[in-house]
Design a protein. Structure first.
Length: 174
């Protein structure tokens, strides 16, 4: 993304002969192609995904942790959490709306055990999704990416991940 931004700024603002030629000669020649390309919805959608970084993944980050037992299917730790309608606290709500408050959001499956001594607080919000069958959990980082997920809601593993990212009990007033 940084390279793409740098290239766009260079092509638009640089004063050298190459960017000046791009703007003065090639851009006017390419202008008639814009309506043709804009009519190709798949190409436009790919361009939007590239610019908006919707395909960015942090699967290889040390902050992206798959718990044990490992959760099957769905987006993995490091992937962006997709939006969908869920049922939480007796109401239907879009998942991204539910996660709009700052902090880490822990999504418990419908039949997951409680987290016991792991209280919610200023930096950690716990939501039970009545519409998500299972006994596991997904922890979503503030940037909307999954940081931790597990097939079983095990408070020890979650607490270790929260400490790893600096959101453990010592990082906030619970």
């Amino acid at each position: 993304m940084l390279a793409l931004t740098h290239l766009a700024f260079w092509a638009e603002a640089a004063t050298g002969p190459v960017p000046s030629a791009l703007r003065g000669r090639l851009a006017p020649l390419a202008a008639p192609l814009v309506p043709v390309l804009a009519g190709r919805s798949r190409l436009v959608a790919e361009g939007i995904r590239l610019v908006s970084q919707l395909r960015v993944s942090y699967r290889d980050s040390p902050l992206s942790v798959e718990g044990t037992p490992r959760r099957a299917g769905g987006p993995r730790a490091g992937d962006r959490l997709p939006d969908q309608v869920v049922t939480c606290a007796g109401r239907r709500i879009r998942l991204h709306e539910l996660l709009a408050r700052p902090g880490v959001h822990v999504l418990l499956d419908r039949d997951a055990d409680g987290l016991g001594a792991l209280p919610a607080g200023r930096l950690v919000h716990v939501h039970r999704l009545a519409s998500a069958p299972g006994r596991g959990l997904i922890a979503v980082r503030p940037d909307g990416h999954i940081g931790f997920r597990s097939q079983a809601a095990e408070a020890g593993q979650l607490a270790a991940w929260l400490a790893l990212i600096g959101a453990g009990p010592s990082a906030a007033t619970w």
